[in-house]
Design a protein around this ligand. Structure first.
Ligand code: VAH
Length: 313
């Protein structure tokens, strides 16, 4: 597999762990990490790093030529909660970065593109249970609007120019290696840190807010599995539904309490409750399981055990 990969947004929650995994699969020198700001020590030390604004096509092209890049993974984006505060900045970053990379693929500078979408493409009129691949999609957040638009651009560039761009609709992603980054589902990241640091968690969502979630390891493995699948196996060129588990703040709290008996929680919903209420409770990902054999590994008990063991180290 002689690929050379450029990760845009490598300092973010997913970018950090995706870069680490890609370097273990393809070789440290074959994966160039980049972001608008420096990454964590491990990312900076374990392979090439470049400061790149993901909306700046010329700088991306210069880097593609410098390292003879064959694939770009575009993880740079502004997430749901922050995007509601800065709509124009979110639209600019989320859209212009994607169009820049799709153009580089259309001009044959790179062979393959990965771009993450999100369950945020679904809105309040979407069926909430077992949400299908094709359904009503009327997103009511800036982030969701940018992700749904991005999906149509991916499909357009594939159909019209033959660009091999692939995408997954990520649920909320839980990890312990980096602190939360402005996402509505990031309560499920922060709760583990607070369980060990403070013993109490002030949750910005109500206790019965059920959301689709996934462990970072599953999300990273799904991404690489999708990108390594044969092109003819990829039947969906907007973005694949991808699912693992779903839970409420009450359920994740109870799971953590099994390990941290004195842990307490208070619920003080804020503006992010409205965002969460516009999203599905759980997702049907049968197309991904059928087309390229997707299968999640981690349930909530396994996630909780793994995170608390690692955070306690
Ligand atoms: C967010 N973590 O909360 C992201 C994700 C489904 C949510 O896209 O904005």
């Amino acid at each position: 597999m002689n690929e050379t990969i450029l990760v845009l947004g490598a300092s973010g929650q997913i970018g950090t762990e995706l870069t680490e995994k890609l370097r273990s699969v393809y070789g440290k020198k074959q994966v160039i990490a980049s972001d608008i700001r420096g990454g964590n020590a491990a990312i900076m030390a374990s392979g090439p790093f470049e400061i790149i604004d993901a909306t700046d096509k010329e700088t991306i092209l210069k880097t593609v030529k410098k390292y003879k890049v064959t694939q770009v993974y575009l993880l740079a984006a502004m997430l749901s909660a922050t995007a509601e505060k800065y709509p124009q900045k979110a639209w600019n970053l989320n859209m212009n970065s994607l169009l820049a990379v799709l153009d580089l693929a259309k001009e044959n500078h790179i062979k393959q593109v990965y771009w993450p979408s999100s369950i945020a493409v679904f809105g309040p009129t979407t069926p909430k249970e077992n949400t299908p691949q094709k359904t009503i999609m009327e997103p009511s957040t800036v982030y969701g609007i940018s992700k749904l638009s991005g999906e149509f651009w991916c499909n357009y560039y594939h159909k019209k120019y033959g660009v091999d761009v692939r995408s997954l609709r990520f649920p909320g992603i839980i990890s312990w290696k980096s602190k939360p980054g402005g996402g509505t589902t990031d309560y499920a990241v922060d709760i583990y840190f607070k369980a060990l640091e403070d013993g109490n968690f002030n949750c910005f969502l109500s206790e019965n807010t059920r959301l689709p979630m996934m462990y970072m390891d599953d999300a990273v493995n799904a991404t690489i599995q999708l990108m390594q699948a044969k092109s003819e196996a990829i039947k969906v060129r907007t973005s694949y539904n991808l699912a693992a588990i779903d839970f409420t703040p009450k359920e994740i709290f109870e799971e953590i309490k099994k390990h941290v008996p004195d842990f307490t929680i208070t619920y003080n919903p804020d503006f992010r409750q409205q965002i969460a209420d516009s999203w599905p409770s759980n997702i049907n990902d049968s197309e991904a399981r059928k087309d390229w054999n997707w299968k999640h590994q981690f349930d909530l008990a396994a996630i909780t055990k793994d995170i608390l063991i690692n955070l306690k180290k």
